[in-house]
Design a protein around this ligand. Sequence first.
Ligand code: ADP
Ligand code: MG
Ligand code: MG
Length: 208
Amino acid sequence: MVDTDALHAWIREFARLVEQHQDLLTELDSAIGDADHGANLHRGMSAVVEVLRAETPSTPAELFKRTGMTLVSTVGGASGPLYGTAFLRMSATAGEAETLDAGDLAKILRAALEGVVTRGKAQAGDKTMYDALAPAVRALEEAVGTGQPLAEALDAAARAAERGREATTAMIARKGRASYLGERSAGHPDPGATSVTYLVVAAATALA
Ligand code: ADP
Ligand code: MG
Ligand code: MG
């Protein structure tokens, strides 16, 4: 079971990874986009860390809601509304719960993925954050379905996200700015698939 404090630690660990890899995210976005993904997400996650520090929410739903609303209002670009919607869907799915078990976390990440799809209409193979998040959610659901403990289930999800991220390298972008490049977008990993992998890796670190 994870409580609001543990989920808060997850968000902070994600913010830490985004800060640590900010330059890489921007480099990846400079190859196939407009070189702002690292700055966009770092600005957003720094604001989130501040908001949650100033007034720490008392429930998972409130924690995710504050996170999503802050991302929507600070990130800009395609990734702001996408990450924002993901966290707002997580909030709605958490409902009144005070603690979440592995099955709840799988449902919450499934809802995040559905939010990304509702917002951005991405499908598998479009070379977006979907291509890392979707396999992670699937791996988490499978691990939970076979009764694996939370730590192992999140580890499986993190490995699946990483493999999904790597698979975006060969893909030709069909969504977002990178799609303007057509075939020239191939040969570079997708920035959003990379940052969302940090989100899943952070869960495996902070919630296990
Ligand atoms: P922008 O492209 O507006 O500068 P960012 O650089 O912050 O925004 O984010 C780019 C990332 O957003 C891409 O690498 C991709 O993963 C993701 N993205 C863009 N469009 C979509 C979409 N329609 N659906 C899902 N993800 C998308
Ligand atoms: Mg960009
Ligand atoms: Mg931009």
